[in-house]
Structures are given as C-alpha cells and as structure tokens.
Design a protein around this ligand. Sequence first.
Ligand code: 5AD
Ligand code: SF4
Length: 439
Amino acid sequence: MFSFSLSIFGCQMNYADAEIITASLQKIGGQKIPLSPQSDVIIVVSCGVRQGAEERIINWTQKLRQKNSAAIIILTGCLSHRVDIQERLAFTNIFFTPINRWSEQIKKLTTIFQPEITSNGSCQDDFYSIKADYSSHYRAYLPIVTGCNNFCAYCVVPYARGPEISRSPELLLAEITKLIKKGYKEIFLLGQNVNSYQGLDQKKQKWNFARLLRAINAIPGNFWIRFLSSHPKDLDQNFIETLQNCPKISRQLHLPIQSGSNRILAKMNRRYTREDYFEIIKQIRASIPNIILSTDILVGFPNESEADFQDSLTLVKKVGFEKLYALKYSPRPETAAYLYPDNVSTKTKKKRQQILDQTWQKIAEKQNQKYLNREIIILIDKIQKKADQKWIIGKNLDNKDVIGVISNKTKTPKIGQWAKIKIEQTGSLGLRGKFISAF
Ligand code: 5AD
Ligand code: SF4
C-alpha cells in the first residue's frame, strides 16, 4: 500500500487524465488522498500552453520537494517531455513521463511498492484503455481522441502529446452505457480536435465523430452530450446534420477561430480563411438557427498589427459569439512561432483582450434576454447557503451559467440533479431566476 495525491493544472483533458492515473494507481495498491506533500507519491499533471503556467508549475514542484524529500514525484502532462524542464527539476526521485508513456511509470512504482507483482498484466495497459475513476457522480469527462496532428504555429500540444490517437468506439459506447445506467447526466467528450475522431471498431471499420455522436445519442436515458474542442477545418455537413437531429447534444458549439486576419491565420498554419469560417457559420445557422457559438482568439501573435486585430474584432461582431476566450499569445519553445519575435507589447495584448471581452459580453447580454420569463432545465453543480437564502448554480443545455434562488420553505435539492428554473433576470455573464423543482 502507498498513498498518492494529484496536483492538476491546465485544461479539462488533464483532469480526465488524472482520473485514469488514479484508477491505474489504485490497481497497484495506491490509496488516493487529498493533495498533500506528505503523500508517498505525488503526481503533478502539468500544462505547457502558456509561459505563466510553466513558471507556476516549476516553482510548485520545487516546493513539494522541499516539503517532502522522500516522496516520489512524477511530472506528467504537457511539460514533462521538455529536456530543459527535466534539467531544472533534476532532483532525486522525480520521474518525467508524457501521458502516453504512463505505463512505464506504473511498472517502476510496482517495482518499488509491490515487487512481488511486478509482472502484473495491468502494468502493460495502454493508458487510454484503463477505465477512469471518475471524480463526479453525474458528469463524466471522456477523452475520445488524444494528441494532435495539426501543428498550429503557436501550440505545444503536438509536441507534448504526440500524434492523434482515437479510442475505440465500442469501448467508449460500452463505458457511456454503463455510466448512464448508473445515473450520469452529462457525457463530456474531449479531444484537442474531436472532429477529427477516427476510431477503429473491431471489424476495422472507421467511425467518424458524427457517427460516434449519433450512437451515443441513441443510448436510452435522459442525459446531455457535450464536447470540446472543434477545429473549423474538420467540420462537415454530416456533423452539422448530426447536431441538428440529436436532441441530447448541446446546441452550443465552441469553434476556436484564433484570429480574424487571413494574414495571421496563414502564419498560424490554421488552414482556413475568415471567409471559410463565415461559410461554416452560415451552414450551421441554416440548419440550427438557434446555435450558440463560442470561440478562442489569440491576441498579440507575432506581428499582429492593429489592422489584423480589427479583422478579429469585426469577425467577432459579425458571427455574434456569446462567449469568447481572448488569450494573450505566449511564445512556446519547440513551436514554429517561437522563432518569430514576440513583438506585440503586453500592454497592447491586454488592451486587445479587454476590447474582445467587452464585445462578447455585449453580444451575450443582448442574446440572453431571450431567456427572460422562460422555464429552463439546468444540471445542478453547486449549492450555496447564506443566512436566510439558498441558491443553486448550474448550466443549461446551451451552456449558460444559471443561478436559481430557492425559497426558505423549499427542500434543498442535491448536486447532480436536474432543476427547473423560471428566469427573472438576465445579464452578460448568465441568467438568474426562481427555483421551481428538482428531479
Ligand atoms: N499562447 C497563448 N494561448 C495559446 N493557446 C494555445 N497556444 C497558446 C500560446 N502559445 C490557446 C489557443 C487554444 C487554447 C486552448 O489555448 O487559443 O485554442
Ligand atoms: Fe494546438 Fe492547433 Fe492542435 Fe489545437 S489544433 S491542439 S491549437 S496544434
């Protein structure tokens, strides 16, 4: 027996990976405890997307070592493959492992803690065939495709996670069917690029993402399907029709554009133009008029001029994104753009970020008014109580943040239940209303 704890940084994919890591360590006698420097094994699931995160993670890992000189520390995730980071963290008993080589660490740990079962078959498991130990009882994050083949000029993912690998459709469907039977209400499919899913079934037939979505939608039960992220170049009519015809799938689509300037898009190696993007949006809206769109935009990519930024801004207004993550460009070693000068000042990046934030919030404020006086269903994520007031917090199928106020006489519902809310107030960041019932 040994204790282990996890320190997770970054995106949802890392949290999903952590649930698989947990299951694989439990298989060899590990006992999970809340994050503590006193654990026998500490796994740091790292993120390498921006410089800020990298510095925080290096400092944090060094601190863990200072607090416990005996612990085995494993650095995994999107920084672990970098030789310069391995050198900076070169203290004893630290292992560096990209997630697709996780089974090598399991073997090492088994040798240390349970030498008698070193040759246990479980050590050989391919990482994504291990069944996760889900941390939520109502929402399950499932990686369907990992890695990336696209090599966008700013992005570390293809170097950190390697080429795209799709999980088997049968494995995913069997897992999701079990989860729904257990009462899970939201299935969240993950991938750097879910639309390029190409799972092979046992008959060696290839499944695309649309086929996988339709098969999940056909599983009996009352549940929602979400997914992240989609690459505009891989969206096709078959996928759009699938969204249109499958009622369990969220009508919210996150479609990162990264820039509205054709000059910058080409430098980014995104392989579409702003005109292509408008065309995709036109096709989606023709089939699903009430689709809710969100995006990511990088501000301050090398040589991004004011005119390039204006192209991003006009695109945001024209498409009408109801949510937008404006991210300040951060140069990343290994990537193609690392060779370009990071020549847009931090001040300009911040300014552009603020302008984009104000723009999407204005759009959302206007769009959210349509929910006024409507009764909507949310999935409860949080319950808050204060003196004589209670609220629930959750999201609806459109991914809107919703607060439901509960009267004092009403029985408090539970996290993970559905709730009906009558919307009485709307704003740019979400909706607020009266709790009606839970089920
Ligand atoms: N700097 C800033 N943001 C980045 N992203 C990816 N790489 C970088 C980088 N080098 C952003 C992209 C992507 C999101 C997940 O992170 O916008 O869509
Ligand atoms: Fe990074 Fe581009 Fe791959 Fe997304 S599609 S993970 S931005 S390389």
